[in-house]
Ligand binder design. Sequence first.
Ligand SMILES: Nc1ncnc2c1ncn2[C@@H]1O[C@H](COP(=O)(O)OP(=O)(O)OP(=O)(O)O)[C@@H](O)[C@H]1O
Ligand SMILES: [Mg+2]
Length: 300
Amino acid sequence: MVYTVTFNPALDYVMNLESISTDDINRTRSEELYYGGKGINVSAILTRLEIPNIALGFTAGFTGQKIKEMMNSDGIKNDFIELDNGFTRINVKIKYGTELDINANGPGIRKEKIEELFGKLKSLKNGDYLILAGSVPPDLPDDLYSKILEKLDGRGVNAVVDTTGNQLLNVLKYKPFLIKPNHHELSELFGEEMDTTEKITVYARKLKEMGAKNVLVSRGGDGALLIDEYGKVYLRDAVKGKLVNSVGCGDSMVAGFTAGYIKSHDYGEALKLSVASSAATAFSSELAKADEIHNIYKTL
Ligand SMILES: Nc1ncnc2c1ncn2[C@@H]1O[C@H](COP(=O)(O)OP(=O)(O)OP(=O)(O)O)[C@@H](O)[C@H]1O
Ligand SMILES: [Mg+2]
């Protein structure tokens, strides 16, 4: 089974307008409501790729309830812990030719609730995957992901970690199955400009030496580089096409890789499905649909 964790899910309220004025009331042309959060996005793509998975994490209040209803109607299995304070955040995306994003903070998560998550993770067993994607809310410690992996250590659970900075560095000693920094995050980790494939290879290898089993570095429109558990380097150009939306590309990449590996046990195949899934999301206004992913996959 694959489990994803989303600490701070969100409803995205997208408001489409012609223009914005501070002198008058602004009226939308249309509006849409999506659910999201990195782990949830990964769960959505895994579900579309027919990989059984359960989305874990924390929800609160009426917005949390709405997210669960929307996920249930899309067939995305979930088992969130309900917080008894506040409500799951609503992020506002104002689109008027350009885009203004206002992301909310979200409810605080008390220590007992984190313990409840640890309790749920006790049921994970050998061969399961645990996907920790995204940043942790600012009031939680930056060793939270490593605390989770510490509890799973020695149980044969494959951890996939897509995060940045110390949260990422702290998990390496637990030998995660996969980490997926983008090239900017790799630059920040080592204080070096990642402007060539050679440099990216050197620093991706360093992350492998520090403990990661597989290191996948995404490079936006410049494709991706993978160093697999045997040290083999794979390079893939990005798929050519018109970028419509970059939100969720990284999550689609993580989901595609995990799904590809579960299906084939071949890292080249995993990278292929990963690139196809992320490109399909890049070329679509929402997260990619299954047929969009498969159509691109067939061309690779
Ligand atoms: N313009 C594009 N054309 C084709 N593919 C793209 C494009 N942008 C992104 N992708 C695909 O998505 C992958 C992930 O993109 P990126 O490196 O931007 O991830 P990220 O920064 O982690 O994203 P996120 O914001 O979701 O965390 C790329 O490796 C590539 O396969
Ligand atoms: Mg990312």
